[in-house]
Design a binder for this molecule. Sequence first.
Ligand code: NIG
Ligand code: FE
Length: 417
Amino acid sequence: MIGERNMTDETIDVLILGARLATMDGSVDDELGRIEDGALAISDGKIVWLGPATELPAGFRASAAQVLDAGQAWITPGLVDCHTHVIHGGNRANEFALRLEGASYGDIARSGGGIISTVAATRAASEEDLLAQSLPRIDALIADGVTTLEIKSGYGLDTQAEWCMLRAARRVADLRPVQIRTTFLAAHAIPPEYSDDGDGYIDLICDTMLPGAAELGLCDAVDGFCETIAFSPDQIRRVFDCARTLGLPVKLHAEQLSDMKGAVLAAEFGALSVDHLEYIAQDGIDAMAKSGSVAVILPGAFYYLRETRKPPIEDLLRAGVPMAVATDANPGSSPIYSLLTAMNMACVLFGMTPAQALAGATRYGALALGLSDRGVLRVGLRADLACWNVDDPTDLAYGLNMRPLKWSMLGGKMREL
Ligand code: NIG
Ligand code: FE
């Protein structure tokens, strides 16, 4: 038995039997926390018991409103995609072709393409249009097991368009069976109106856009892009100071294309996560280890940009920095709408183990969002579950396009997909 609380006043809503559980809450011996022939009981949307079926408390079976046989399939925590830009207008297939002909991501951004071209398409879209264009992408993520999805703004880059993106993101939770966390990312690129005045744009963010978004309850965290083609550490510091005043946690796109020391800055603010990290140096790693920030590994962007420098996985591990894996789903650098695919890429491209990739898409994805109520199977946490047609949970990072999801639950409710 892994855990049990006083069940005298509780009824079991769902009792799952015949399950193999990967709790992701395991020991050094088995980081997956495998329980063969397991059972899991849910009450009020939460896990109230789990462990080997042989230890199931007497009476559970009779008192359960519903008994579900998992048929010996593996159950993991629902997947957490902790870094996406899934809401936007238009696409950038033309840039994919340009890059294949030799143009770099930076060249395209500097010539007015890149993020800025998605900004034009996003500004031209209504909230309804944005949702209509984005829901198919979100459906694809859900179909591969995502139960918690982070969505960033950052393609509006003016007050109304940024808030519109965030409102659309919040509405996804009413339209689809998925939990949404929203991240304010106005400091993603310098909008055309401010092309010669990045500091003036930071003023707008700190004076109006961010306080307003916070006041309207539109964002759960604040992010930025610290890079030569985006914002300097000093500019990001101003955004983070503003976030701190508003009581919002921060995250950062850092060291994706060069070492700007963004990770050191983000760690100073106790960032939930620092994301990309291909060019991070040891000072950044040490700072993250100290602050407890999660390293979010984004192999999709590495793959699409045909980057050659890998994030220093071994050094991060050695320093004890937890690593999440996410899709970075976006129309430019990572049009990938399967977290299982990102897990596979984290293994093939970066040498992560399948178990590390799975922990990165569950336990550490939740940590990167500051969510302590999910990401592992444990008594008292949300019953967000994914049940898979695989022989072993590590197989989830093995195949591509296998569509292994058998069923999934959000807060103890079976999702209709
Ligand atoms: O995480 N690096 C910056 N932002 C996104 C890319 C966004 C885009 O190219 O549209 C990323 O890769
Ligand atoms: Fe990103």
